[in-house]
Design a protein around this ligand. Structure first.
Ligand code: HEC
Length: 426
């Protein structure tokens, strides 16, 4: 009797959360603002200990400066790092990866640019731009065909044609390669070992969103990419995750003119801009005033180029909840479009896991809830274990989603369609 009451309570509260969320959203309200991590006063003076947790916003900008160092080819450093397509071959075959020149069709292979063969040898890379992963899933769920989501081959200006690309630094790439986390069977082996997956503390991952620039856009306000088909893309949103903290450090930046940039969650930068806290507007999809960059940020950005002064920190995140147990939220208007109100980088990424099969264990693949909203707050044991927590259901992959989301079983096992679709865009 007692047990069944407890079970019912569990079921009711599971149902109540999405229902309450739907009610709040339906009424045009936003979730209560959770207290955020802001920089401590000492951050402005000298070098405080543990900067990622004590000075998260300053640390976010320092990280941007680090990953956006200009290369000889006028790319940002992160653009030279290995991409998803280079890390997760569509037809993986570890037996073919031992020689000096492994075939990128079967093996993870780092490009020459990344290997750092000298700045003069660095030519701009051709980006394998992809449709936005999470929005594509949402669209397919709503019945749109995968074809509709493909990237057009002809050059044209369409500001709604947002594409994305993921890069990981060599440290993160090498870890995925050496641990065999780049293909389905390797992930199944990791699950069976049941050891914690821990990336090295210098690992960094960057997810960037780009859109074709149009007449009226000032190209000097964007980090640019000239695609081979003539389209000029501007960077509009940038996610950065670093292993500086055990549960990673999370930050996201947006180009200042993005419509709805601070919608739902507000914009929070206690270091770089005045005003530092911008509340969300009740009318969605408007531009927000850019504010004024603080002198310390202006000085910091000088070496990486004036285009970066047109980006704003939306916020940084260092924990699942605040000290009162309220969930912390973070998401940007482009990458998390459609699920910003409940977005939490750290919580959704903790669900970046594999099942015994070596693939993603959850029904919605990207770890979104059945309403296609982000999980937030503290992780729950039942996300990872069967009932009594004695048996593992999902092995966490240290907060990176790429392995579960982008790795392949090999063309022999996959449907030919899956094999052909992956990474064939540009
Ligand atoms: C609702 C779930 C969800 C939320 C919220 C979310 N992400 Fe992700 N993220 C994913 C998934 C799924 C992928 C893998 C698919 C892809 O490549 O886009 C991913 C990929 C990434 C990557 C590429 C590295 C990797 O393998 O994980 C980075 C970096 C990243 N996200 C950062 C962030 C940051 C920063 C935030 C918050 C501002 C955030 N994400 C919010 C689900 C989420």
């Amino acid at each position: 009797m007692k047990n069944s009451t407890v079970r019912w309570r569990g079921i009711l509260s599971t149902l109540a959360i999405p229902a309450a969320l739907a009610l709040l959203l339906g009424a045009g309200l936003v979730l209560p603002p959770a207290a955020r991590a802001v920089d401590q006063p000492e951050c402005a003076k000298g070098k405080p200990p543990n900067p990622a947790s004590n000075c998260p916003d300053q640390f976010a900008w320092q990280t941007l400066v680090k990953v956006a160092q200009p290369t000889a080819s006028k790319e940002a450093l992160f653009e030279t790092w290995p991409t998803d397509c280079e890390t997760f071959p569509t037809d993986p075959d570890p037996t073919k990866c031992t020689g000096p020149h492994p075939d990128p069709k079967h093996c993870p292979v780092m490009s020459e640019a990344t290997k750092g063969v000298g700045p003069e040898a660095v030519t701009p890379r051709i980006k394998q731009l992809q449709p936005r992963a999470l929005q594509s899933l949402a669209a397919i769920r709503r019945g749109a065909s995968a074809q509709l989501l493909a990237i057009p081959q002809v050059a044209k200006c369409d500001p709604n044609q947002v594409v994305e690309i993921v890069h990981r630094n060599p440290s993160a790439f090498n870890f995925i390669k050496e641990q065999g986390l780049w293909y389905t069977d390797g992930l199944a082996t990791a699950f069976n070992k049941s050891e914690d997956v821990q990336f090295p503390i210098d690992a960094i991952a960057v997810k960037s969103n780009w859109r074709p620039l149009c007449k009226g856009d000032d190209s000097s306000h964007y980090q640019l990419y000239h695609a081979p088909d003539g389209t000029l893309y501007g960077l509009i949103a940038l996610h950065v995750s670093t292993k500086d903290l055990p549960n990673w450090f999370w930050a996201t930046f947006e180009q200042e003119d993005n419509l709805g940039r601070c919608d739902f969650l507000g914009c929070h930068d206690s270091f770089g801009v005045t005003p530092g806290q911008v509340p969300p507007r009740p009318i969605l999809n408007q531009t927000y005033p850019p504010g004024t960059l603080n002198p310390a940020l202006v000085a910091m950005l000088k070496p990486i180029g004036a285009q970066w002064t047109h980006y704003r920190l939306k916020g940084s995140q260092v924990d699942f909840v605040n000290s009162s147990g309220q969930p912390t939220f973070l998401g940007n208007s482009v990458t998390e479009q459609g699920f910003v109100p409940g977005a939490s980088c750290i919580t959704c990424h903790d669900r970046g896991t594999v099942a015994q099969s070596g693939s993603n264990p959850y029904p919605t693949v990207a770890g979104l809830d059945p309403e296609f909203q982000s999980y937030h707050g503290s992780p729950r044991p039942d996300w990872y274990f069967f009932g009594e927590q004695a048996r593992r259901y999902a092995l966490p992959l240290d907060f990176l989603w790429g392995m579960a989301f982008r790795s392949y079983p090999g063309c022999a096992q996959a449907t030919p369609k899956t094999c052909a679709q992956a990474c064939n865009l540009q």
